[in-house]
Design a protein around this ligand. Structure first.
Ligand code: SF4
Length: 357
């Protein structure tokens, strides 16, 4: 009997993704330096000839981040990626990230062709919040405002009143709570719990989690902090509360990058996906950055802070999709138009917040 992706547990999904990556890594390892350089040049030429722009997430491989910047694309968080694609003149947007990021780009730019580098690149938060089950859950609590995180499918966004990113979550929930609104938060339970503790809002949590962030371990992090008292700890709020408690700064990917440049410390221990370290090292080359530990006693790796789905994005797949135009994101127009409403509401809210600041 075959199982759908959403029926598989996150650890099993992670293993399947890891195996797919290893197979690709073997194929890549066989490329000579010259062949690799030729492949890179081919990607650059194709982006130009196809009138395409590459938008990459902070968590993808550093090679794709550099390629995006070199070809006047962007490296950003999911919302900024979608905004950048909307504003750009290119007719094709190529998303190096995971599926929901391609969908968000398509929701905002329906007239453009949106391609994802690997259509099998998922996200455990998205997979853990199937639209039908979530919709039924919302129907049971009709008195609550539905707030969903960006890491959700187009269908789940279409069921929401608001979409949020981690950078505006606290402000928005505080404002909604001040207006007397009770909230359903989905899908990340750790981020939702953090927002609930910080704002005191009445929040009903969906029980999703990120397989990467929930692996960070407070005891080994504390041990590292004691051995390096000069270090500052940067934590993404998708991490468990015991890890958040040890943070000097808790914030979204963009906020953590900003903190890594602003804080005066020689060493940073970073509890989020390790791909972000590339951007941090670019912005502060004299500082040292290490991934926070994920392993408990007896484990074989000290930090496995990498997302297997993000690592499915590679140069060969990028060239393949640019040549074939496969992996195009296609959305039902009714769903797309409905999902655009809470995203536009969030963009407008974020804009007003910047003006107020
Ligand atoms: S790091 Fe976590 S939240 Fe980000 S795409 Fe991977 S599974 Fe999803």
């Amino acid at each position: 009997m075959s199982m759908s992706l959403t029926e598989l547990s996150p650890p099993l999904l992670k293993r399947i993704a890891e195996e797919a990556i290893s197979a690709r890594a073997v194929a890549h390892a066989s490329l000579s330096d010259d062949a690799h350089a030729a492949l890179r040049q081919k990607a650059i030429d194709l982006l130009r000839s196809r009138n395409a722009v590459l938008v990459a997430h902070y968590y993808v491989d550093s090679e794709l981040q550099e390629l995006a910047e070199e070809t006047q694309g962007c490296v950003a968080d999911s919302l900024e990626m979608a905004r950048f694609g909307l504003a750009h003149t290119a007719q094709t947007i190529v998303v190096a990230g995971v599926r929901f990021m391609g969908e968000t780009a398509k929701i905002l730019s329906p007239e453009k062709r949106v391609l994802v580098v690997d259509s099998a690149a998922e996200c455990s938060l998205d997979l853990g919040c199937p639209a039908e089950t979530f919709s039924a859950f919302c129907d049971q609590h009709p008195d609550r405002t539905v707030v969903v995180y960006a890491n959700t499918s187009a269908e789940v966004k279409a069921r929401a009143d608001w979409v949020v990113t981690s950078s505006i979550a606290l402000d928005l929930i505080r404002d909604l709570s001040d207006r007397g609104e009770k909230i359903i938060w989905a899908p990340d339970r750790y981020l939702g719990d953090y927002v609930r503790r910080e704002t005191g809002a009445d929040i009903l949590l969906w029980q999703g989690s990120c397989i990467v962030h929930e692996e960070f371990k407070a005891d080994t992090l504390l041990d590292l902090k004691q051995r390096h008292p000069e270090a500052r700890i940067l934590v993404h709020p998708e991490s468990p509360p015991s890890v958040i408690e040890l943070a000097d700064v808790v914030g979204s990917t963009s906020q953590l990058i900003h903190a890594s440049q602003e804080l005066d410390a020689p060493l940073f221990i970073v509890a989020t996906e390790e791909g972000i370290l590339h951007k941090m090292r670019q912005g502060a080359p004299l500082k040292k950055f290490v991934a926070a530990p994920t392993a408990g006693e007896g484990a074989t790796c000290e930090s496995c802070a990498h997302c297997p789905w993000m690592k499915m994005n590679d140069l060969q797949r990028l060239v393949d999709v640019l040549e074939s135009f496969e992996n195009e994101v296609i959305l039902d127009e009714t769903v797309r138009a409905r999902a655009a409403l809470p995203i536009s509401r969030m963009i407008e809210y974020a804009g007003q917040r910047v003006k107020r600041a």
